[in-house]
Design a protein around this ligand. Sequence first.
Ligand SMILES: *Cc1c(COP(=O)(O)O)cnc(C)c1O
Length: 455
Amino acid sequence: MDFEEFRIRGKEMVDFIIDYLKTVEQRPVYPAVQPGYLRPLIPDSAPQDPDSYEDLMKDVERVIMPGVTHWQSPHFHAYFPASISFPGMLGDMLSGAIGCIGFTWAASPACTELETVMLDWLGKMLNLPEEFLAGTGSEGGGVIQSTASESTLVALLAAKRKMITQVQANNPDVEESMIMSKLVAYTSDQSHSSVERAGLIGGTKMRKLSTDEKFSLRGETLKQALEEDKALGLIPFFLCATLGTTPSCSFDNIMELGPICNSENIWMHIDAAYAGSAFICPEFRPLLNGVEFSNSFNFNPHKWLLVNFDCSAMWVKKRSEIIGAFKMDPLYLKHDHQDSGVITDYRHWQIPLGRRFRSLKMWFVLRLYGVKGLQEFIRKHVNLAHEFESLVRQDERFEVVGDVVLGLVCFRIKLQQSSSTDYLLPLNLTKKKNQQASSTLRVSFYCTFISQIQK
Ligand SMILES: *Cc1c(COP(=O)(O)O)cnc(C)c1O
């Protein structure tokens, strides 16, 4: 494919995308295929001689589309949304063309510098404390990770390194393996599986603490666990609190948890993967109160802020704590400005070396929607969720489970009418206390940007 053919195919692809998105509503959201459906539809191995572009595109409809779950369909209510937008797609296209791998400042200065500034823009939109913003002369700053899972892991690993260093500073003879065996991290029984996984990967104990009747982790519960564990000689070092849990969009009480973590020298990480986008609206910002106590905070613009996957925004209060945890300096990655103190080498902030120019799509989205456009987008979904909630409440067969705060509504058949089963449990909500419950359905409200445009 040469320049001129790409010019043609590129424009055709835009047409294809528009036609797909305009009519996605008519396709079944969930594909009617069986596992293994695809292999018989294409050859066993790659072609020796090039295929034609026309044949390839025909196979997109024949092979791919029948097996696609259409996340961008207005009928899609599973999981949490994965938002896309035209500005985001265009920014991503440009990033693909520039094709830089921006692991250090020198590897592509714009890639690094735009990311730092975009995380400041976004941080200001959330009204994050200045300590988290790089441009205020603070010790903090932001980075784009691929996913919330990675952000939690990076935070846990940094916290672990910090604690090991501190313990060894006071007890130089203690072996690292000895300290590691005593480290204990905390999260709630409502947190995302990636938090437990971060403990597994990081090689530390992860205690899941129980939540109150609103599925919220409270300070008293943490305090009690700390006392028990310290009495056993363990070393508490990390808490992952959640704002907007996956099962029910509940909120841990970070106003209670934060001061305890601060006084006990425990790293508090906040996972707001889904809910974080809503904090750009002043009416939802109080949900973030207490973030000032945290060491790190994360949310996914790729979930609910119109930036195509992947884009997970993470801020830390002290850059040195995260950079110090993972620093390696081989000769082939050195450059003239690395110790100037002015620039960032994001390779020290993450697990992989390579990184895409992801801030470009964020820049496109923030500029072309504006803060007001994005706020409107969030509010529309929250209103849809409340509209659905009121319909459920009017129907005496059903009951709403948990509070509807943002775009998620959980509901179930009322107890007296249901069989006594727990047979379908997509959620751990039903296991609470001695509530017996029928299965709970979870409906995530997200009106795609397409329906927004067509309105
Ligand atoms: C979606 C979600 C995650 C996982 O997000 P990834 O970016 O896919 O790792 C983690 N925590 C919460 C609260 C989530 O909503």
